[in-house]
Design a protein around this ligand. Structure first.
Ligand code: ATR
Length: 278
């Protein structure tokens, strides 16, 4: 994390990730690797935005000539609000959240969200798991769950289970292109092909009250968090499911942001491997 912004360098395009907290962010490392791979002359740093000063921090970056920024917790909804234009996928998702800002030459801000495509690319390309015609269970109905719904195109059915049932019901109403229903954790009663944990329960090592029956040997259990073995992952593993954490999604959402800004697609596999070994 930089306390002071990087010195302006001639011919170098500057980017940043804004969050609070931000010191833990792996994004500067990921984007530095992408830049090295693709010979892009950029800098990318982590910037701590005050909780009540997100927009002011963005405006300051624009004034200094930055070309864009990623946005992480807790600012994705505020980021949406300050955009002058939005990508089609942000509009159609209805999630009201943005994680990639592009600062246009005319001073305007364009917003996109690469979380959904990041999850899909990790599941389909890296883990080799097809989503098409699959029965999908999403645990959680907060911002993270909302942000990935539009990436599950082709699924046969989606069930959303959440501690607070009303939030699950609300999310289900927005799903048009496949069969969808809301559930409680406890009343789940069959195995699913793909189970995504989009709750933040893992942060506090809390187990979700989901029955073992939701996992089978052919299930993929996907934890959106990374960096620790959560009770969800342990339970899925114990029931024979294939288990993945969100590290691949992190790198894939970054690759999509890099593509938006630079027009080149970096290779993600070496970067995922590097972070795993670190
Ligand atoms: P995020 O942006 O990470 O999704 P959020 O919008 O606050 O954050 O949503 C957190 C999600 O994790 C919600 O689905 C929340 O359940 P509620 O809607 O009932 O609050 C879920 N969650 C957090 N802690 C949990 C816990 N200990 N057990 C079960 N669900 C939990």
């Amino acid at each position: 994390m930089t306390e002071k912004y990087a010195e302006p360098l001639i011919g170098v395009d500057r980017y940043a990730v804004l969050g609070n907290p931000i010191a833990h962010s792996k994004s500067p490392l990921i984007h530095a690797e992408f830049a090295k791979q693709t010979n892009q002359n950029i800098t990318y740093e982590a910037v701590l935005a005050p909780l009540d000063g997100f927009e002011a921090t963005v405006r300051d970056l624009i004034k200094q000539g930055y070309k864009g920024a990623n946005v992480t917790v807790p600012f994705k909804f505020e980021a949406y609000k300050i955009c002058d234009s939005l990508s089609a996928r942000v509009v159609s998702s209805g999630s009201g959240a943005v994680n990639t800002l592009t600062f246009l030459n005319n001073g305007k801000i364009h917003g996109d969200n690469t979380d959904g495509v990041g999850l899909r690319n990790d599941i389909v390309q890296n883990l080799g798991f097809s989503i098409v015609n699959k029965h999908i269970l999403i645990l959680g109905a907060g911002g993270a769950a909302h942000g990935i719904l539009n990436s599950l195109v082709g699924a046969s059915s989606i069930v959303i289970a959440n501690r607070t049932h009303e939030r699950a019901l609300e999310l289900v109403m927005g799903i048009q292109d496949c069969e969808a229903r809301a559930s409680t954790f406890e009343s789940l009663e069959k195995p699913y092909d793909l189970i995504v944990n989009a709750t933040s329960a893992g942060l506090t090592d809390t187990a979700l009250p989901v029955p073992d029956i939701i996992f089978s040997k052919s299930s993929l259990a996907y934890e959106m968090m990374y960096g620790r073995e959560t009770p969800f992952m342990t339970q899925a593993r114990a029931n024979g499911a294939q288990v993945a954490d969100g590290l691949g999604m992190l790198v894939e959402q970054a690759a999509e942001a890099f593509y938006i800004w630079r027009g080149v697609r970096p290779q993600t596999a070496p970067v995922i491997a590097q972070l795993r070994n670190a």
